[in-house]
Ligand binder design. Structure first.
Ligand code: LLP
Length: 403
């Protein structure tokens, strides 16, 4: 049981809290599920890019799935070995590509023909050979929120199978490219197994058709996307997930890579806030808390559900309230019509499942400093990111003020 009261009084609010032991448990369960094959569990750094969180996974042997050179640098800093780091994303800059090649990471995940040409050009300039993998778009509906669906031809990600084949042949004939892997990722917060299985059947066949022309890949990256329980979702069991993927790979000698983010961190995280005011108008009851959409954007952006827990001595009847933050936007809410007792100033509100896509999607909107982050391990708490102060927010602007 986490002592939220103690943490609030010691570290102040709003506060992000991550239970590293929970992350360990999730990691081990998924790793175990893939044990029938050589595998790399690569943590999707974007889900929660705090250095100490990445380091925690690195110590368990995780790789890192990165989508900017900033994330690649974080992975290195946190101790992930270069041979377990890869770099995806539809718009990598020349500088990012150059640095990735120089840093000799496992591979760059290529997302278009134009990008393949740029990588070849840059590798040629560097007189190096760049290991690449191609992200294929299997055109499978992942049955998740449209904003986090990525494996349909409507989405900007990856290339179609035929295009990918052309690209592999080109890469294989190049002195500066070394095609080593294949990648797909159909979406996030997946709660149905069938779309993953169907995508994997298509991509594994593609690997076979490449073998037929003597292009032999080593890495088979199934992306991330395993869903979690925010509310009452039925989720996919890691074992079933691994079995479904592995069943499509018969006869292929490949290292399987899986790049989960949310599954590893979401339910390890709590966003702890304080109640400031209760406010009632003719139509509605509002509970105003000290955290806001700049700290946790998911409800505002996706209408996402996060379980809310009130920590209070109040024994009053429950009534429905909107839980809102201080930012000047009507979208600044954490929950709508949520049943809560009457709350007092300084009671606590805990927003659950906040460990993935929480802090990382935060901003300084309304000149609000981002929260501190705390890690819990073996029952002990430690700061892993300081609270941002006003001075931090203006430090890159101050020098440009004019007389
Ligand atoms: N691999 C690739 C190529 C990805 O694009 C993503 C997530 C992952 C792995 C990790 O997916 P996960 O295992 O965490 O589902 N901000 C949204 C989620 C965006 C996901 C973006 N890509 C949210 O808050 O729900």
């Amino acid at each position: 049981m986490i002592n939220f009261k103690e943490l609030a009084s010691k570290y102040k609010t709003p506060l992000y809290i991550y239970d590293l032991d929970y992350m360990t448990k999730q990691f081990e369960e998924l790793k175990e599920a893939f044990k029938a094959r050589k595998s790399i569990l690569a943590y999707a750094v974007k889900a929660n890019s705090n250095l100490s969180v990445i380091q925690h996974f690195a110590k368990m042997g995780a790789g890192a799935d990165c989508v900017s050179i900033g994330e690649v640098r974080r992975a290195f800093l946190a101790g992930v070995p270069s041979y377990k780091i890869f770099f995806s994303g539809v718009g990598k800059t020349d500088d990012e590509i150059r640095e990735a090649i120089e840093k000799d990471i496992l591979y760059i995940n290529v997302e278009s023909e134009a990008e393949l040409a740029r990588i070849e050009l840059i590798a040629r300039e560097l007189k190096m050979k760049s290991r690449i993998s191609i992200r294929v778009n299997p055109n499978i509906d992942p049955k998740t929120h449209p904003y986090i669906s990525t494996g349909l031809h409507d989405n900007k990600f990856g290339v179609e199978i035929d295009t990918a084949k052309r690209m592999y042949i080109k890469a294989n004939n190049s002195d500066f490219l070394n095609p080593v892997g294949i990648h797909f990722h159909i979406g996030s917060q997946l709660t149905e197994l069938q779309p993953i299985y169907e995508a994997s059947v298509i991509v594994a066949d593609m690997v076979r058709s490449l073998e037929a022309i003597d292009i032999n890949l080593k890495f088979y990256d199934v992306g991330g996307g395993l869903g979690i329980k925010y509310d009452k979702e039925t989720t996919i069991k890691p074992y079933d997930y691994a079995q479904a993927v592995l069943s499509t790979l018969k006869g292929l000698d490949l290292t399987v890579i899986c790049e989960p983010g949310r599954f590893l961190t979401a339910n390890a995280g709590y966003f702890l806030t304080k109640v400031m005011y209760e406010k009632q108008n003719a139509a509605k009851r509002f509970v105003v808390i000290d955290g806001a959409m700049n700290d946790l954007l998911r409800p505002a952006l996706y209408g996402a559900y996060h379980k809310i827990e009130a920590i209070t001595d109040s024994k009053s009847e429950l009534s429905k309230a909107d839980i809102v933050g201080p930012v000047c936007e009507s979208g600044d809410f954490f929950a709508k019509d949520y049943a809560l007792p009457n709350l007092e100033h300084n009671d606590l509100i805990v927003v659950h499942s906040a460990g993935a896509y929480g802090f990382g999607m935060g901003s300084n909107y309304n000149t609000r400093g981002r929260s501190a982050e705390i890690a819990l391990k073996d029952g002990k708490a430690r700061v892993i990111r300081k609270r941002e102060e006003f001075e931090d927010l203006i430090s890159l602007e101050k020098e440009f003020l004019q007389d």
